[in-house]
Design a protein around this ligand. Structure first.
Ligand SMILES: Nc1nc2c(c(=O)[nH]1)N[C@H]1C(S)=C(S)[C@@H](COP(=O)(O)OP(=O)(O)OC[C@H]3O[C@@H](n4cnc5c(=O)[nH]c(N)nc54)[C@H](O)[C@@H]3O)O[C@H]1N2
Ligand SMILES: Nc1nc2c(c(=O)[nH]1)N[C@H]1C(S)=C(S)[C@@H](COP(=O)(O)OP(=O)(O)OC[C@H]3O[C@@H](n4cnc5c(=O)[nH]c(N)nc54)[C@H](O)[C@@H]3O)O[C@H]1N2
Ligand SMILES: [Mo]
Length: 697
């Protein structure tokens, strides 16, 4: 008789939805994965990627043993070694650097969103690197600009409960591709639509999400703040604001007057590349419809003025008073509601010295220019070789012969090819954890379903073993996973009241201690210094930024950089491909089949003027680098804008490079975040290059 069981798990991926999963296990082998029907955000279904999670877990390409490099850096040739050999070598190298003149700051840990699990994403690892005195890493690559903007405006990074979207009469999807990146919100939007709600999408790219909206406002990249300020202009000039809410729960509305007077619809229409009527009608509809809710995600803040864009948008609900309504308001992210006991998790108190902080978005610079230099790089939960901007520079850094690189991953990624030591990692089915979501209000527990494959080890285990090898004696290096989870929950925050390890294990997922129908800020209570929604922010003034919401143009656009645009006239966006999850699925057979080939969507006029036909291979480049993509000629983008869905593995792309060879290390106005979508390029047919070089056409 086969031994069967069902195990409750949590999707670990970097996504707002954090699903609760049910894993069927037979004789120690996982045989199916499904969405938990009882978990309100999951609603019993998984996305197109995680529904095929077993393809990832049991993939023949899984890394199963530690390895040492025998080829040159980037070549990808390795030999198997034992865990003892691998750990000894890492500990020896780290020890030597820690004792060297330049000290442990020469060691750089690099991680991102491979798992959102607390145990394997931010506990033992943080303790280890703190105790070692390694450089700190500023986590900026994803949401830094928007989070900072929300903190300065609303005070805390949380907002409308996604479960309340079904109550809205107007839903604005502002710079988000919901059907791809946040698909579990869609049933709520559908429910609202069935009850008569209208849905408006704002995106320079006509995504399939925009196809499903009632109206698509196709704005120019990086101009959202001008649109939001102009909406305020229309609202104020027609007296559509909620004066009572403004008086009681905001500060700075009077000072905002002069700023919004700079953005009459005619001016904003010219900046945004849309019509005056689109702006006026949208503003009036937004102010007059209740409840009205805005979903803004991370895509729109990957521009030079990304922080200010999110801030301007986040001022709107207070001005029209939509926070009052259940199903009104705004949702950027929910993580700020989970106030875990971070000092207990990360143990900053055991930090050796006062190490420098390195911005992860500037990895290329850090590996090539930092002083003291980075001499050892430890990569886990990330694939920077493919996802970091300014790829040629990152590449140059990773190739350095004097850089000792460790990569701990489940697969031989683009980054692992440069490693001196590769370590095999467990998948979510093989380790214990709890996942803190950023798009809803439930913690989800992950019980291991199967034994680790091969010799794979979890991050938690590897850092414990390394701590032992390094002679770190603190008790915290002996904590079990459940002890760590218990420590995380011990912050004393009222939202975590009644949330315990025992309950999580018993129930699988637990909603935060919030009212069932949760309308944050209905009665104000903004956790800002003033206790109000800060239309004027003293905090921003203090760090030298405009205290009022402002429009900061893109760094690279025909309007703001005409000389650059004369050589590189196309604004290239590289947002998320539907069936990929960053690079975590973009090497698996069935996913490669669905995304076909790395492509670039380009407008028919831009294609015609370059003699590019649909399906032809093109070269996409700027001064930072180049890549090869297949042209998809389509009116889904306006002239002067192109889209290359991401993120492909470099080594699986033509020419061995992906679109990040063109993206820059320039930072956002707030939070020092990445500006992946603020990028001018030129596009040309590849055959022309051969012809010019005297080769065959
Ligand atoms: N399927 C899938 N889901 C994912 C991920 C994935 O890789 N695959 N990744 C996860 C991660 S890490 C993240 S950060 C989130 C991101 O989630 P989203 O923010 O929803 O995704 P993006 O594709 O980055 O950007 C959303 C949209 O913003 C548009 N956009 C770009 N520039 C501008 C602009 O200036 N203004 C406006 N209004 N729109 C603009 C893009 O064209 C894109 O359609 O998704 C998460 N979910
Ligand atoms: N061109 C372009 N570039 C982008 C973006 C874009 O839209 N366009 N988006 C940016 C954004 S928003 C983000 S968040 C980043 C995402 O960048 P990353 O977070 O680096 O995402 P992935 O590339 O999916 O890499 C995660 C890696 O972690 C590994 N992993 C998973 N679980 C574990 C584990 O338990 N232990 C260990 N050791 N490893 C594990 C996976 O196998 C995978 O290789 O990319 C950024 N780069
Ligand atoms: Mo992200």
């Amino acid at each position: 008789m086969a031994q069967k069981k069902t195990v409750r798990a949590a999707c670990p991926h970097d996504c707002p939805d954090t699903c609760a999963m049910l894993i069927e296990v037979e004789d120690g082998r996982a045989v199916s994965v499904s969405g938990d029907p009882s978990h309100p955000p999951t609603q019993g279904f998984l996305c197109t990627k995680v529904a095929r999670y077993l393809e990832r877990v049991y993939n023949p390409d899984r890394l199963l043993y530690p390895m040492r490099r025998i080829g040159s850096k980037g070549e990808g040739r390795f030999e198997r070694i034992s865990w003892d050999q691998a750990l000894d070598e890492i500990a020896e190298r780290f020890q030597a650097l820690a004792e060297s003149k330049e000290g442990p700051e020469t060691i750089l840990p690099f991680r991102a969103g491979g798992t959102l699990g607390i145990v394997n994403g931010s506990s033992m690892d943080r303790r280890f690197f703190n105790r070692l005195g390694a450089s700190r890493l500023a986590l900026t690559i994803c949401s830094a600009a928007g989070s900072e903007a929300i903190r300065h405006t609303l005070g805390g990074v949380y907002g409308t409960d996604p479960e309340n979207f079904s109550r809205a009469r107007l839903i604005v999807l502002w710079g988000t591709n919901t059907l791809s990146t946040n698909v579990h919100l869609w049933p709520k939007i559908k429910e609202a639509k069935e009850k008569g709600a209208r849905v408006i999408g704002i995106d320079p790219y006509r995504t399939h999400t925009m196809d499903h909206c009632d109206q698509h406002i196709q704005i120019r990249p990086g101009t959202d703040a001008a649109l939001a300020l102009s909406m305020m202009n229309v609202i104020a000039s027609r007296g559509l604001q909620d004066t009572d809410y403004i008086e009681r729960h905001t500060i700075g509305f009077d000072r905002l007057g002069s700023r919004i007077s700079e953005f009459p619809p005619a001016r904003a229409a010219a900046i945004c590349g849309i019509t005056e009527e689109e702006i006026t009608n949208f503003a009036v509809e937004y102010a007059a419809t209740r409840p009205a809710v805005i979903r803004t995600n991370y895509g729109l803040q990957r521009h030079a003025g990304g922080g200010m864009a999110v801030r301007a948008i986040a001022c709107l609900p207070a001005i029209v008073g939509s926070w009052r309504d259940k199903g009104g308001g705004l949702l950027f992210a929910t993580g700020g509601m989970f106030k875990l006991n971070e000092p207990a998790l990360h143990r900053p108190d055991i930090t050796r010295g006062n190490p420098r902080t390195i911005n992860m978005t500037l990895l290329g610079e850090a590996l090539t220019e930092a002083a003291p230099p980075v001499k050892a790089l430890y990569v886990y939960n990330s694939n920077p070789g493919a996802v970091a901007p300014d790829q040629s520079k990152v590449d140059r850094g990773l190739r350095r012969e004097d850089l000792f690189t460790v990569v701990h991953d489940q697969f031989q990624t683009d980054t692992a090819d440069y490693a001196d030591i590769v370590l095999p990692a467990t998948t979510q089915l093989e380790h214990r954890d709890v996942v803190r979501p950023y798009g809803h209000y439930y913690l989800v527990y992950n019980e291991p379903a199967i034994a680790p494959l091969g010799e794979a080890k979890s991050n938690w285990e590897v850092f414990r073993l390394l701590a032992e090898r390094m002679g770190f004696k603190e008790d915290c290096f002996r904590d079990s996973e459940d002890e760590i989870i218990g420590q995380a929950l011990s912050s004393g925050d009222s939202a975590l009241e009644g949330v315990t390890v025992e309950r999580l294990k018993r129930e699988g997922w637990v909603r935060l201690n919030l009212p069932e129908v949760f309308a944050p800020f209905a009665d104000g209570g903004f956790p800002t210094p003033s206790g109000k929604c800060e239309l004027y922010s003293e905090g921003l003034a203090q760090i030298g930024l405009d205290p009022l919401p402002a429009y900061i143009p893109p760094r690279e656009s025909p309007d703001s950089a005409p000389a650059l645009a004369a050589r590189f006239p196309i604004q290239l966006l590289c947002p998320i491909a539907r069936t990929f999850l960053n690079t975590s699925f973009s090497h698996l057979e069935s996913f490669l089949k669905s995304e076909r080939t790395p492509f670039i969507t380009i407008n028919p006029e831009d294609a015609a003027s370059r003699s590019i036909a649909d399906g032809e291979l093109v070269r996409v480049w700027n001064d930072r680098g180049e890549c090869e993509l297949t042209a998809l000629v389509s009116t889904r983008v306006k002239t002067g804008v192109a889209v290359a869905p991401s993120t492909w593995w470099k080594k699986l792309s033509p020419g061995g490079r992906n679109v990040n060879s063109t993206t820059s290390q320039h930072l956002t106005d707030m939070g020092a975040g990445a500006t992946f979508y603020d990028n001018l390029v030129q596009v040309e047919k590849i055959t022309r290059r051969f012809a010019e070089a005297g080769g065959a056409d």
